[in-house]
Design a protein around this ligand. Sequence first.
Ligand SMILES: [Zn+2]
Length: 293
Amino acid sequence: MIYRYAAIGLVALLSLTGAARAADCPAGTLGTSRTVVIDPAKVHRVGGGPDYGTPILEDREVILTFDDGPIPPWTGKVLDALAAECVHATFFTVGTMARAHPALLKRVLAEGHTVGTHSERHAHIPKLPYKAAVKEILDGFATAGKSLGDQAAVAPFFRFPYLESTRATETYAAAMGIVIWNIDFHASDWMFLTPEVLAQRAIERIEQKKRGILLLHDIHQRTALALPVILRELKSRGYKVVHAVPTPGAHVNFEVAAKIDPWAAKAAPLRSSRAKPSPTFDGGPVEDWAGQR
Ligand SMILES: [Zn+2]
């Protein structure tokens, strides 16, 4: 019951728009059914449980997210597949990748997708000293902004590498106006699966929960090849794709970040009801960065 009231409260904090982008899409495409606007001043976490992201979605609604890029040619192939079905996604870019491939990140933004971040070097943040951990987060946002040539174009959306966070870094992120993104399902696409198996796993897991945030990685050929199949299956099964964006003008507050007392952040209570996201999901590691090289 507590969860139920929490869910209702969270929905009230969100501004839901019925922007019918699908109306602008070619006939027969999946299309983005609506845009959900997330206010970082009120919502600090989405995804990963009944009290997080699920309330922002209705049954048979999915948010598509892509981590670890951009990298040619696969990010481009992913963008092609998204464009072919007229859907929009959120990309959680790694700083080193954004710096290496700025034109590709600019294309992500130009095609209407949301650009969030996934740290500067895809580090295991809990293994870093506090100051290095917050620098890892902050540098990821700064690098994405430099690569785009527009810091304001970077959404204050962040996904911890491996979904590994700490109390201190979560507190820091909230103070900076960052929304932490978890996941509801994935396709095990960091494993050496065929595109067919990868697509099948994604659809099976989506069907189990019916709604949520899908984690994929735009750095793999197999993911780029599987994506058209996943989108086709979503369409045939009556699913809708929702696009998440931050409140207009919302951005990472670098001025506040510089003033945060690290010792106070370490001691502060968590804002969320969960201590931290589980480093594992469905019994296994969420990502294997070494396996992505
Ligand atoms: Zn990652």
